[in-house]
Design a protein around this ligand. Structure first.
Ligand code: CUA
Length: 361
């Protein structure tokens, strides 16, 4: 259904929009049908079964033959089925929105009171704006510097909480070139309502031109590598294992043995946690000697470090199709190609190792 003639609706500009709108139409239709049915029956029955004379005494219920089992079952089962459709349909859309496709293009976002800061892998940064190419799957990895925000683009029919201390993801495939509102959808303080921006969906050529006009910033991977040197991470986590700390080559998307048993899945959240809470999960065979970098690096810098560590890890299926720095095999270590749990490129998503849920502060 095309809602564009109803000015109360935002534009429909992503792969999710038609599905969310169709479900919404179903909810409205079912609700309206039963609301009208009940309202009409109230009036009709009030007239039909009104007390017609002063002396009229209602017939006791059981003499009406009420207690009709078929009737009871019918008006229980039909609403049950109608609401199960709501549940099932909504769950399907929710699962779809929760699972970024493997070929998605990565963009990093930091929310803070009261702005959105965006980093592209190529190094271009923007504030309160997000430029993306049309018809490409886009995966945002989001975090917050302070309180909970929520990244909401109504035209894409998707929103995600942006939570301090962890990474959340949001994905969409913009289907129409244009400029769309970006809102914060979580009350986050005095200027919450001013925490707005614009998402620009561009033709691929325009997008490439925009990217190359974005200045001479180094790519996120290069920035991350420079930080890795500056902060001295390389002294312990160098490519040659020196016994103090594990080498990070091949870490990304692999399974890590932990001290005291158990394993952790080295996704972006694990890497972030290891930087700011290094003692939370100690790799088997090492001492808990790493200092925390909390407060010493900004969330944007952590994202650059994560991108760098991703780039020296096994190639993730999610990285294919984009991220030239990663594609070009920056320090891709052939010795790591057999890392357990690494999904083959192009393998179905279900084959990817499952990330255990880690307790987070
Ligand atoms: Cu950020 Cu509301």
């Amino acid at each position: 259904m095309d809602w564009k003639y109803l000015p109360i609706f935002p534009q429909s500009a992503s792969n999710f929009s038609p599905h969310v709108d169709a479900l919404y139409a179903y909810l409205v239709t079912v609700s309206a049908f039963f609301s009208i049915l009940v309202a009409v029956l109230i009036v009709v029955f009030a007239v039909k079964y009104r007390r017609k004379s002063e002396s009229e005494v209602p017939v006791p219920l059981n003499e009406h033959g009420i207690g009709n089992m078929m009737l009871e079952i019918t008006w229980s089962v039909i609403p049950l089925l109608l609401s199960l459709v709501m549940f099932g349909w909504g769950a399907l859309i929710f699962f779809d929105e929760s699972k970024p496709p493997a070929d998605a293009m990565d963009v990093w976002v930091v929310g803070k009171q009261w702005m959105w800061k965006v980093q592209h892998l190529e190094g271009v940064r923007e504030i309160n704006e997000l430029h993306v190419p049309v018809n490409r799957n886009i995966r945002l990895t989001l975090t917050s510097e302070d309180v909970i925000h929520d990244f909401y683009v109504p035209a894409f029919r998707t929103k995600t909480d942006v939570v301090p201390g962890r990474y959340t993801t949001e994905w969409f495939r913009p289907t129409k070139v244009g400029a769309y509102h970006l809102f914060c959808a979580e009350y986050c303080g005095t200027k919450h309502s001013g925490m707005i921006g614009t998402v620009y969906v561009m033709n691929p050529n325009d997008y490439d031109a925009w990217l190359s006009n974005g200045g001479t910033e180094a790519s996120m991977t290069d920035e991350g590598e420079a930080l890795f040197q500056q902060l001295g991470c390389v002294n312990c986590h160098g490519p040659q294992n020196n016994g103090r700390a594990p080498s990070l080559v091949g870490l990304y998307n692999s399974r890590v043995e932990l001290k005291g048993g158990g394993t952790a899945y080295a996704d972006t959240s694990y890497i972030r946690e290891s930087i700011v809470h290094p003692l939370a999960q100690i790799v088997n065979g090492y001492e808990p000697i790493m200092p925390t970098f909390q407060g010493l690096v900004t969330e944007e810098q952590i994202q650059q470090l994560v991108e760098y560590i991703k780039s020296i890890g096994p190639k993730s299926p999610a990285a294919t199709g984009h991220a030239p720095a990663i594609e070009n095999g920056l320090a891709q270590n052939p010795a790591m190609s057999g890392v357990a749990g690494e999904p083959a490129p192009g393998a179905p998503k279900s084959a990817a190792p499952k990330a255990p849920q880690k307790a987070q502060q």
